[in-house]
Design a protein around this ligand. Structure first.
Ligand code: SAH
Length: 219
């Protein structure tokens, strides 16, 4: 796409290539999504820096080159159904929507979800369904999913997400402490699950029934 940020967006995509992103579908998908529309206006001028950005409510949008790496690792195909946990700004949702057949995205903070929906609608992206709720229990209605991307870190891989992964499906999920996690790539073959430790990472906490307890509730 072409707008006043085109040059900055291209520079970001070059940087992704320098950082080892080779999947042309992934690079093209990032070229199609204007990140400045998704992040809060106050940080809009930094939208094409390869850095995480605050999106309000104590949440953070991940570094774009890392998001690209996740999508490359998940090998998302044109016919895939993708479940995303943690819609956040909706930026990653929009990029996934360029790669997959349908994207299902769950966010626990209603205000973020509403705002993401508005931007996605403004871009006329029509293959995304969004739910406000606890993503650690997945979204059973549209399961199974060919790929699952969890954008927040929990103490373990939520069992419902394993159950909702299709045969041959892939899932990326950060697992560890609240401060630091290992990114785990799960492959499902029939009823067996193969786990690969991909990298160290730092995500905001995954709060919910199969995640961390929400400290604001009950004290
Ligand atoms: N990828 C997003 C950023 C995600 S930040 C982007 O590009 O903007 C992680 C998000 O996960 C936060 O918005 C947080 O509210 C959400 N989250 C944390 N626990 C969750 C849960 N159990 N279910 C759904 N969303 C959750």
């Amino acid at each position: 796409m072409s707008d006043r940020f085109t040059a900055q967006r291209r520079a970001l995509i070059n940087r992704m290539q320098e950082r080892g992103i080779r999947d042309l579908n992934v690079l093209r998908a990032f070229d199609l999504v204007p990140r400045h529309l998704f992040v809060p206006q106050a940080v809009g001028h930094r939208a094409y820096e390869d850095s995480p950005l605050p999106i309000g409510f104590g949440q953070t949008a991940s570094q774009p080159s890392l998001q690209a790496l996740y999508m490359q690792l998940l090998q998302i195909g044109r016919n895939d159904r993708v479940l995303e946990i943690g819609t956040g700004s909706g930026f990653q949702t929009a990029v996934l929507a360029q790669l997959a057949d349908r994207v299902y995205s769950v966010e626990r903070i209603r205000e973020l979800s509403t705002r993401a929906r508005e931007v996605l609608d403004g871009m006329r992206i029509s293959n995304v369904a969004i739910l406000v709720g606890d993503g650690t229990i997945g979204w059973s209605r549209y399961a199974p999913y060919d790929a699952i991307l969890v954008a927040a870190g929990g103490p373990e891989v939520p069992q419902p997400l394993l159950d909702q992964l299709a045969d041959g499906g892939r899932m990326l999920v950060p697992v560890g402490t609240r401060e630091s996690q290992r990114l785990v790539l799960v492959h499902r073959r029939g009823d067996s699950f193969h786990y690969d430790d991909v990298a160290e990472c730092t995500f905001v906490p995954l709060l919910g029934r199969f995640g961390w307890a929400d400290e604001r509730v009950g004290g």
